[in-house]
Design a protein around this ligand. Structure first.
Ligand code: N01
Length: 544
């Protein structure tokens, strides 16, 4: 016979039952895999996506030349061996159209779209403490309730549109690389301005320059780029990788960035000039981000870093014919402090007669006018302006949703001085809310696909564990969170990466707190910590 207590418990659970087990925000690679994994475990899941189809960052970033700078055979899911055996990448670095085709293939293959609501931007998510549920609202006014709420909104999804006066007065067309029109843009015969010289600019500038009548690049800070040396994949290499995918993936998990490559375990200061040059040259010829693995202390020691920076500056001077332009293109900061770029003919593009560079480091763009823009008191006329000005990284997409946790506290209030999380997965005071690759996790310092998969597996295990134990509330403990944040700050302080004005520390967004956001202790250390947490019964999390 049921006691009063058990009857009361039954009544509470009946009225508390939310319509869904999990609401996921975002149908990029994180949201897609979450849906597949959680649905496979029998949970009722709904994914809410602002775009009209899957793909996340690759859905929005369709600018000319957009491609991934992690090699395609590594920047792909590994949860399904059938999938990784069936799918054929065609180039060393996949283009955005090929990555989108892959995302569509995954959506079709696992029948994902039936549980994704597209064109549904989430505006608010409020936790109901009494019922232990989340109420999620979209901009259209649709409402959902769920026990668990996961923000799978990506690290670089909130486009940063600088607040330059006059944008609405411009008579021509304005584009942002991160919100590119789906039917493309034809720049033929146009006078084009590109603002910014980060990865998106460096990928798009060579292609826009081929089409445009003239292209003017407005540079605030020069950036380092290593040649991609992209090429079609050799079918024999693809077959070999597929035959050894398991071992290759396993080895990549042991690398600090989750990317398989052979780093040199020697200081740049421990070799003579000729050997140093030869090692840099070898990496330069191989191409890609692993240039920074030429020595083991390039991001730890300023002198070693200077050797690498000098090497790249010399390459720029050898490539760009006009000495004044070459000098402007030579970065002066620590190489690898801002995210290293990977390019195809970026520096060569400045040898074209229709391309010019304007240094705005000391003279910011004052105003956008009807006919162009003004900087340093000089007017420049354009038909199109391309903002390649990046993103409100890591926290932007989380904070633009009105998220309220326990007691109605807003996430914006909690993070007023910078994001605080436990493992980049949860933040104390926001029960049953997870983030995928949130601030405080290795995320953007790693190959995003494996990092996403690890978070999805962790989250799915939490949900499974809680339901198996009859628990309805899980949250990070404040003390565990504080210790993790302090550890993150401490390891960030050990590297040169935290020393410049990068988006890693929020420096690109006026007024944003300056905090090094990703966890820089390396993927293996992070994985070990996560395993340890689980082995100790979700140490640092409170379950009830
Ligand atoms: O953005 P960015 P992005 N006036 O922030 C300038 C990933 N990604 O879209 O350096 C004038 O790097 C700004 O100048 P400064 C990758 O992780 C990956 O290019 O702040 N200029 C900078 O030059 C990458 O790091 C791929 O002084 C202004 C540029 O705009 C991240 O996305 C491809 C300005 C912004 O550069 C972001 O890259 C593309 C202003 N008011 C992107 N505001 C892959 O290959 C900003 N700038 C995987």
């Amino acid at each position: 016979m049921a006691t009063d207590k058990t009857l009361k418990k039954k009544q509470v659970s009946a009225e508390a039952a939310p319509e869904l087990d999990v609401v996921v925000v975002g149908a990029g690679f994180a949201g897609m895999f979450l849906l597949h994994r959680l649905r496979g475990l029998g949970y009722r899941v709904k994914v809410l996506e602002a775009g009209s189809d899957v793909g996340g960052t690759w859905y929005w970033n369709r600018y000319p030349g957009a491609r991934c700078d992690v090699e395609s055979m590594q920047y792909s899911y590994q949860f399904s061996d059938d999938l990784q055996q069936d799918w054929d990448w065609t180039e060393r670095y996949a283009t955005q159209p090929e990555i989108i085709r892959y995302a569509h293939h995954v959506a079709d293959r696992f029948d994902l779209r039936r549980d994704i609501r597209f064109d549904s931007r989430v505006s608010a998510a409020h936790h109901d403490d009494a019922r232990r549920i989340w109420r999620i609202t979209t901009e259209k006014g649709d409402q959902f309730t769920a026990r668990w709420f996961v923000m799978a909104t990506g690290c670089l999804s909130s486009a940063n549109m600088p607040d330059i006066p006059g944008v609405d007065d411009f008579a021509g067309a304005i584009y942002h690389t991160g919100q590119w029109p789906h039917d493309g843009v034809d720049f033929t015969g146009k006078r084009v301005a590109v603002i910014g010289t980060g990865s998106s600019a460096m990928q798009s500038i060579p292609i826009i320059a081929e089409q445009a009548a003239s292209l003017t690049v407005f540079q605030r800070t020069a950036n380092y780029a290593i040649p991609a040396r992209n090429r079609p994949l050799d079918p024999a290499d693809v077959a070999d990788t597929k035959a050894h995918y398991g071992e290759i993936r396993a080895e990549a998990w042991r690398m600090p960035a989750g990317i398989l490559f052979k780093p040199n375990d020697v200081s740049a200061k421990a070799v003579d000039d000729a050997e140093r040059e030869a090692r840099f040259e070898h990496r330069w010829q191989k191409g890609g981000l692993t240039f920074l693995g030429a020595f083991n202390d390039l991001l730890l020691d300023e002198e070693s870093n200077r050797y690498a920076a000098d090497f790249v500056r010399n390459k720029i001077r050898q490539t760009v014919k006009d000495p004044a332009t070459a000098e402007l293109l030579c970065p002066t900061n620590i190489i690898g402090c801002k995210r290293l770029c990977v390019d195809t003919d970026y520096y060569q593009t400045f040898n074209r007669a229709n391309v010019s560079l304007v240094d705005i480091s000391a003279t910011p763009i004052e105003v956008i006018t009807a006919t162009g823009l003004r900087t340093g008191g000089k007017d420049h006329a354009f038909d199109c302006i391309v903002f390649a000005t990046g993103f409100d990284a890591m926290t932007g997409s989380l904070l633009r949703v009105d998220i309220r946790g326990s007691g109605g506290r807003t996430l914006a209030d909690k993070w007023a001085e910078g994001p605080k999380t436990y493992l980049g997965l949860m933040t104390a005071g926001f029960p049953n809310m997870f983030m995928v690759t949130g601030p405080g996790s290795p995320s953007v310092l790693t190959n995003m696909l494996p990092s996403i998969e690890q978070h999805v597996e962790f989250i799915a295990d939490c949900v499974k564990h809680a339901s198996a134990e009859g628990l309805t509330r899980m949250e990070a403990e404040e003390s565990a969170e504080e210790a993790w944040v302090a550890h993150g700050d401490q390891v960030a302080g050990l590297t040169l990466r935290s020393t410049c004005s990068s988006w890693y520390i929020g420096a690109n967004i006026p007024g944003k707190p300056r905090v090094f956001m990703p966890y820089i202790g390396g993927l293996p250390a992070y994985l070990e910590k996560c395993s340890d947490v689980v082995a100790k019964g979700y140490d640092g999390f409170r379950l009830s």
